[in-house]
Design a protein around this ligand. Sequence first.
Ligand SMILES: [Zn+2]
Length: 382
Amino acid sequence: MMEINHSKIKETNRKKIITLLLEKNEITKLDISRKLDISITTVSTNITELKDEGIVEEVGSLESTGGRKAIAIKLNENCRYSIGVALTPNHIKISLVNLKKNIIENIRVRHKNDGIENIIVLANENIGIIMNKYSISSEKLLGVGISLQGTVDFKTGIVKYCYLLGIKDFNLKEKFEHLNVPIYVDNEANLSAYYEFLNRKDILNNLLYISITDGLGLGIIINGKIYRGDNNSSGEMGHMKIAINGKKCKCGAKGCLEAYTSMNSLIDNYNEVSSCNILDIDEFEEKYIQKDEVAQKILDKYLKTLSLGISNLIMILDPNSVIIGGDINSLLKDKIEVVKKNIYKDNLFTDENSCNISIASFKESYLLGAAMMPIEEFLEIK
Ligand SMILES: [Zn+2]
């Protein structure tokens, strides 16, 4: 028992020191000892170990708060890396970040969505290319986080259902285990929520992230943790029913919110009413900017339905912060006031002052969230 406690304390001290070094550019051992309230002997032992592992390095001398010159310690930010992978219906996106969470490289590869096995081969190939390019061994890789738009059992890495990639009860994690690093598979909206939260964690505990892409997902952060539900199926906001016998949804059911509020629903609606054939959201945005009447009408209706969905959500969870993101950000960024007006009109239970609704600050935050997962797990004090 004693030994377990001892190794736990040792691990905790080590993580505390790395976390402090991540915040500071350069710091002396004495200052580490003071800031963390750990004995100087323990700090020295840890620093020696971290130096041997290539995680920290000594840099020149620095005036310590004790007044004497002392050797400064710096984190070698490229000592460890993490890889985020996003599998979307058209692309494989890969992001390489270093321990300091700086993005080293982003790549995007188009795929034909012709079967998950082909997508996996392509993803593994490109992970290999990026690891070779930066000479990253599995010892230097903290892990791979994988994002997709579907229901995922986070613990096992099994995708329960992802109709956009055509998979059901599929063990995605095992397809990447040959890399010999921790693999994390999670839902795209969860990872987006997580990334937004990590960037605001000094001011927020709870956050809701609505991700509008080919589908509509919801990431829920409660007390700083992703809330996944008892069966990993939380946040299926897109499949809340808003109409009896309503529009057919891609999931097979009728009247789902997603059928009215996904990015594709805007494009399909536009094509239906105007008899045009626009292909993507950028083209829709262009029409809207050119004051195309059909585009304007369709967006107005879209915002009303989206606001209804968000309003229902606020009624249930009473959050302080709702963030709208996904691939639709640029179209919605000037529309946030309209959404707020729709939500707070006739609302006796909450108002703008108690719940802030905003547009996401980061693009592709699901990819960055996926890349952050191995780093946060590496640093987390359990
Ligand atoms: Zn549905």
